[in-house]
Design a protein around this ligand. Structure first.
Ligand SMILES: NC(=O)CC[C@H](N)C(=O)O
Length: 236
């Protein structure tokens, strides 16, 4: 951000650390609902379709859709390399449903040749709930980070995956509460990466997006602190 003073001098000011720009991967899937949720929470929400756009965001949401198609398009649009790199560098990312599959290091029931971006040390089973139950809804206990959030989450599952195995560094945030799949892991966090099997963007509950936006804000603050410290040393 730059402003011109009365003397005509241009002064560059860093954007306020609380302003975060969050990209929604927009090659396929339910992009609009995520943009709306992020905007409602005060983030600048933008679509990501080009490699250059991957460099300009503080965090990324990968929506639900179809992971096999998303994978093909991510590769065709040359987004794979920059996304994998930025995730490995610590950029926060949140994946819902197909997005959870995209963030998983390992998939069971993948299409031949299907790749993920990876980052989350989990094994995810695609279409885990089976054909009989294409979609269903359940209230789940959720491990909130935000002290202002509490209570259960109304989770909508649509041909959803579950987390079959989670590495030691993965925090389990929610499990299926009832039925044949009771106990299955359906929400996780590992560092700056978060994923849910269900679709919080359906139904207007913004608490899960709020959890992600705070991860992005915290990371952004940390980054701006790190980039300012050499300057502070110079002026001291
Ligand atoms: N709603 C969804 O995102 C479904 C995910 C889909 N079954 C997949 O494998 O990608």
């Amino acid at each position: 951000m730059s402003t011109t003073t009365t003397s005509g001098e241009t002064v560059t000011q860093p954007a306020p650390a609380q302003t975060v720009r969050i990209g929604v991967l927009a090659v396929q899937g339910d992009v609009r609902e995520h943009l709306a949720a992020l905007t409602a929470l005060g983030a600048e929400a933008v679509t990501v379709r080009r490699p250059s756009e991957v460099e300009q965001i503080d965090g990324l949401v990968i929506p639900g859709g179809e992971s096999t198609v998303m994978d093909k398009l991510v590769r065709a649009f040359e987004l794979r390399e920059p996304l994998v790199r930025r995730i490995a560098e610590g950029m926060p990312a949140y994946g819902s449903c197909a997005g959870m599959i995209m963030l998983a290091d390992r998939i069971v029931d993948a299409r031949p040749d299907q790749q993920t971006l990876g980052g989350l040390d989990v094994t995810v089973r695609r279409n885990a709930f089976g054909r009989q139950v294409d979609s269903f809804e359940q209230d789940l206990e959720y491990v909130w980070s935000d002290p202002d959030s509490s209570g259960t989450v109304h989770a909508v599952f649509i041909r959803a995956p579950w987390v079959e195995e989670a590495g030691a560094d993965v925090q389990v945030l929610a499990r299926v509460s009832e039925g044949a799949a009771a106990g299955r892991i359906v929400a996780v966090r590992q560092g700056n990466l978060m994923a849910t099997s269900f679709h919080p963007e359906v139904g207007g509950d913004r608490r899960i997006h709020a959890e992600f936006v705070s991860i992005v804000r915290a990371h952004r603050l940390q980054q701006s602190g790190a980039s300012q410290s050499p300057e502070r040393e110079d002026t001291a």
